[in-house]
Design a binder for this molecule. Sequence first.
Ligand code: NAD
Length: 448
Amino acid sequence: MNITIFGTGYVGLVQAAVFAEAGYNVTCVDIDADKVRALRSGQIPIYEPGLERLVRENGTAERLNFTTDASEGIARSSVQFIAVGTPPDEDGSADLKHVLAVANEIATYMEEHRIVVVKSTVPVGTSDKVRATIAEKLKERGREDLTFDVASNPEFLKEGSAVADCTKPDRIVIGTDHADTERVLRELYAPFNRNHEKIIAMDVRSAELTKYAANCMLATKISFMNEMANLAERLEADIEKVRLGIGSDPRIGYHFIYPGVGYGGSCFPKDVRAMIRLAEKNGFEPMVLDAVERRNEQQKHVLFAKIHEYFQGEIAGRTFALWGLAFKPNTNDMREAPSRVLMEALWQAGASVRAYDPEAMDECRRIYGERAALKLCASQEEALEGADALVVVTEWKPFRAPNFEVMKRMLKNQVIFDGRNIYDAAVSARHGLRVVSVGRPQRRKEIQ
Ligand code: NAD
C-alpha cells in the first residue's frame, strides 16, 4: 500500500518513517522547501531518539520520499494523511488554515477515490469541514463523480519517545462512519496491531474529541499536582511524599503526577486552550479546564518568584546558570517551554543567563539570537562559571547526578533552584549546597 503524508513535523515525519520501516511506500509532502531539501539529504530538523536511522535507511531503500509537489503525493497513494500544524489563532482556537489548505490541494489534484485521514489534532467537526472543502473544490472542477471519504486518526505519540510510541502504540483510534474506510485503515495498521488488539474504532466526532480529552486529562493531572505542591509549601508538607502516597492508589497511579514548573510544548497548552474555546463556542463553560490553564500559567512563574525571594529582589546584574531549555527531556522543542518564561523574566529584571541543554541549543539560538544577556554554553559545567546560582528547568538525565563539589566551587552562592525536584535536599546539603525546590518544605516546624 502506498501512503502520502502532508506535513513533516514531529507527527508526520515520525509516522512516515515508522510506516516506511514496516514496508509501506511513503511520500511526504511539505511546503517548507528547505526542510524537504534537508530531509532528502538525510538531515533531520528535529531531535527524536531513533528517528535519524529510520529516515536514513528507509530513504536509501526508497520507501521514504520527500517532495514539495502535492500533486505527486496525491497521485501516488489512495490514503492521504493530513499531519500539518494546527497552531492557536488569536483567540486560542485551533487555526485550521493548514489542514483546509491540504484538503483543497487533495481535491485539486485527485483523479480517483481517496481516503483522507486527519491526523492533526483538530476540534470536533473539523472532518466535516475537510469533507465540505473537498466537495466544494470537486464541484468547482466539475468532478463530482470522484468519490472520497474523510476519517479521523488522532496521534498520541509523545515527543522524546515518538518513534517508540508510533512503533508500539498503546492505542490506535480510527474514527470513521464507513465500513470500507475502517477496513482499509485496519489493514494499514495491522503491522502495529499484532501483539494484541489496539484498534479502537468509533465515529469521527468521538475520535476527534478523544484526542482533546486525552491531552486535557493529562494537563489536568499536572495542574492538580502543581496546585497541591504550592499548597504543600504553605503547609510545610513535602509534595514528593504526597506524590508517592497518592500514586500507590491504582485509581490514581504514579504516571504524570510530578510537580514542577508547568507544562509546555506544542500540544498541552494549545489543546487545552482550543478545548476551552470550543466549549465556549458551544455555549458551555469549561470550569475545570479554565482552572487547569490558569494554574499552569501561574506555575511557569514560580521559579522566578523563588529566585526573587531568595535574593530579596536584588536580581539586576546577577548571572544565572540555567540547565534545560527544551520543554521536556529528549526533545529539542522549546514551544511554550517554561524555560522561556523564566529567562524572559530574568532578563526583564536585569539578570543574564548562561544556558545549557543537551539538544535545544540551536533552537534557543534560532528563537533568541545572539544577545548580551544570554550565553549558550558548551556543557553543563561551563554554564556554572561565574554564575550566582543554578536553576534547573528540564529534568534531562545528565543533570540528575551532577558533581556537587564542582557545583559548589563554581557557583557564587551555594544555591540550586530545582524546578523538577530532581535533587535530594539532604544529599546536596552534605555538599554545602542549598536546594530550593517545588512543593517541599524549606524548614521543619518545631514539634511542640
Ligand atoms: P510541526 O509544526 O512540527 O509540523 C507541521 C509541518 O506541516 C511543518 O513542517 C509545515 O511546514 C507543514 N505544513 C504546513 N502546511 C502545509 C501544507 N499545506 N502542506 C504540507 N505541509 C504543510 O507540527 P507537529 O508537532 O508535527 O504537529 C502536527 C499536528 O499533530 C498538530 O495538529 C499537533 O497538535 C498534532 N500532534 C502533535 C504532537 C507532538 O507531540 N508534536 C503529538 C500528537 C499530535
